[in-house]
Design a protein around this ligand. Structure first.
Ligand SMILES: Cc1cc2nc3c(=O)[nH]c(=O)nc-3n(C[C@H](O)[C@H](O)[C@H](O)COP(=O)(O)OP(=O)(O)OC[C@H]3O[C@@H](n4cnc5c(N)ncnc54)[C@H](O)[C@@H]3O)c2cc1C
Length: 589
């Protein structure tokens, strides 16, 4: 059973991420707290009552390919229809194209709930929303007028086509080819792999955003252009015309998210029999500047994938907690009932459950704070500051949350004991689903490198320094609060922030001194150190807003049980590179 944690989500949005203050300061238009509550409640209802019940069928049946057409699992097409009719696809879409223009904070909160219901369902619309943002920012008015309204409503879905067999993390190796057709359009040729929702029966048309190279393009990432390639061409009156020369030649058999079709897409191979070979495409943005346009989509998608991590962690926690109350084994000192105690009475099981809850809440807070920064950047005042904050938090929100998704789903299996390994309980499915999120949308290793090499040096290191100072103020507020129920939280947060400070200084100095390899070696432990320090402070914000109770106890648990990991992580960042280099000979590289 999954029940959307609407109150927790609302509390974190309002009191940790700053939604309340933003509403009060009038930075979010006429959005009111009541409207926020109403939207979250209805999204929670939809995720709980409509998405979640179809998760198991999605996992068991999966998406099926036959004759280049993909059929979604039973009930899924209707689910999608009801979902777009509810206006959910348009939640944060641009109002000039039928969107509701609501803040990113609300969009990610809703996204969390769809993904807890089913990750395989949630990932599809994520790509459509990314496509909307990329087209809204970079496409010509003509393209916008044909495609945006339908993508915003969800009548058509979007995809993101980057990956090729030889070009994954390294897009410089991309080979898909684009030729100018002489009439302002282009013809696209090549193969893309692993394309999520590349083909399905949810919508009549699918709008692919495809990276390809023009014949005279410079080598590397500076020679990549972005094209819009629809499955069906659109006639002048807006109706669907002939089939374009693009098709799905294969579906991957995967560890998880079985209902999300992962497609091999073939462009320009003569699939459209009544036309010359070559998929008809339209340029988005300028020639050879496609990667920058695609980054609009990718940044959006990175936060969204981070939400998948939070979502799967939440679902795994709820399932494990319910099981821990049902399953009786052994005796427990604090169990007054007859016979064996429910396993939730055993300290080791409680530690697992509280670790799951605390990590989930920390990841949720970081992701929502990232969404808040994006909203503030759009609101205009201090736009540069907020954009830098969003830039800083995006790789952390993506990588930490998705690592937490796997960690928490794995703990969830553990809490179930042997039954966790048996598909019947659904705990194993969550772990299988969770495992993709640290890989796609840029692996977590690549996120850590992005954080260290591009985000820490923003404004010459001033932004990260300011961020750490803000976190220190939270620790200081904990100290000043004198809340006995927060135990040693202030001291533990101070220590975690000292570790973050030292590791940050080391990485910035290493890059400044030309010791790039040392910085790269420490990137992954640094990202986790960053997230634990920031997450601990965000839990403290929640505790201070609550002033004693469940959130306060959770914050103390995090500070006294989990935050101590930062010291070991700092050592790995500052002292780990030499031994890593020395031991590398063993790898034969
Ligand atoms: C289910 C699924 C859905 C997907 N959906 C889409 C989609 O919709 N659209 C799309 O375009 N792609 C999609 N992908 C592709 C996905 O984004 C890539 O798999 C991912 O970016 C990693 O690329 P790769 O698989 O080629 O791994 P590689 O790039 O070969 O990486 C292998 C390992 O090496 C590491 N590595 C690589 N380069 C470096 C480096 N410079 N420094 C340090 N470490 C490095 C990586 O972190 C990783 O651990 C999907 C993949 C899957 C499995």
């Amino acid at each position: 059973m999954y029940r959307a944690p609407v109150e927790d989500i609302a509390f974190t949005l309002k009191h940790v991420a700053g939604l309340d203050d933003a509403i009060r300061a009038g930075k979010l238009g006429d959005l009111s707290e009541d409207l926020v509550d109403a939207i979250l409640a209805e999204a929670g209802r939809f995720a709980t009552e409509e998405v979640f019940p179809l998760r198991k069928a999605g996992d068991e049946t999966g998406a099926v390919l036959k004759d280049a057409a993909v059929t979604m699992p039973p009930g899924w097409k209707d689910l999608y229809r009801r979902w777009i009719e509810g206006g959910w696809n348009a939640l944060s879409g641009p109002p000039d194209f039928g969107g509701q223009g609501l803040p990113v904070m609300l969009a990610v909160a809703a996204l969390e709930m769809w993904n807890s219901g089913s990750m395989a369902f949630g990932i599809g619309p994520t790509l459509t929303m990314g496509a909307v943002e990329a087209l809204h920012r970079h496409a010509s008015d003509d393209l916008k007028s044909v495609y945006l309204e339908k993508l915003v409503s969800g009548e058509w879905m979007g995809t993101m086509n980057l990956t090729e067999p030889q070009a994954g993390s390294d897009l410089a190796a991309l080979k898909a080819r684009a030729e100018r057709a002489g009439d302002g359009t282009y013809r696209i040729f090549g193969q893309k792999i692993f394309i999520t929702y590349g083909e399905h029966d949810f919508t009549d048309n699918i709008v692919h955003l495809v990276l390809a190279r023009l014949p005279d393009a410079p080598a590397g990432t500076r020679g990549i252009s972005l094209f819009l390639v629809p499955k069906f061409l659109v006639d002048a009156d807006g109706s669907l015309g002939r089939r374009n020369d693009v098709f799905c030649s294969g579906l991957e058999h995967k560890l998880g998210i079985h209902a999300s079709p992962t497609c091999t897409m073939i462009y320009g191979d003569g699939f459209a029999k009544d036309a010359e070979p070559g998929a008809v495409g339209w340029l988005v943005g300028e020639e050879n500047k496609g990667l920058a346009c695609m980054f609009t989509m990718m940044n959006n998608a990175r936060l969204a994938v981070g939400m998948q991590g939070v979502a799967v962690a939440e679902a795994a926690y709820q399932k494990a907690l319910a099981y821990a109350h049902e399953r009786h084994q052994g005796r427990a000192a604090d169990y007054a009932g007859e016979g064996m105690a429910p396993i939730v009475h055993h300290p080791d099981v409680r530690r697992n459950l509280l670790t799951m809850k605390a990590l989930t809440e920390a990841a949720r807070s970081i992701a929502y704070c990232c969404a808040h920064a994006l909203d503030m950047a759009h609101a205009g005042e201090e736009a540069r500051h907020w954009q830098e904050r969003a830039n800083l938090l995006t790789p952390v929100a993506k990588a930490f949350s998705t690592d937490v998704g796997v960690e928490v789903a794995s703990l969830g299996v553990q809490v179930h004991g042997g039954m966790g390994f048996i598909e019947e309980t659904g705990a194993a499915m969550l772990l299988r689903d969770a495992r993709i999120a640290p890989i796609y949308e840029g692996t977590n290793g690549i996120q850590a490198i992005d954080l260290v090499t591009r985000k820490l040096p923003q404004s010459g290191g001033a932004h990260i320094a300011g961020y750490i100072s803000e976190l220190r103020q939270v620790a200081e507020s904990v100290r000043q609060s004198n809340l006995a129920s927060l135990g040693a939280t202030a001291d533990r947060l101070d220590r975690a922030l000292d570790d973050l400070d030292e590791a940050t200084g080391f990485l910035l100095a290493a890059q400044g001194d030309g010791r790039a390899e040392e910085a790269l070696a420490g990137a992954t432990p640094y990202l986790r150190l960053f997230a634990l320090a920031a997450g601990g402070c965000y839990l403290a914000r929640a505790a201070l807003a609550e002033g004693g109770g469940g959130r306060t106890a959770l914050c103390r648990f995090f500070a006294e049980n989990l935050a101590g990991e930062t010291s070991a992580l700092k050592d790995r960042v500052v002292h780990g590179a030499a031994s890593l280099a020395a031991a590398s000979a063993a790898l034969g590289a």
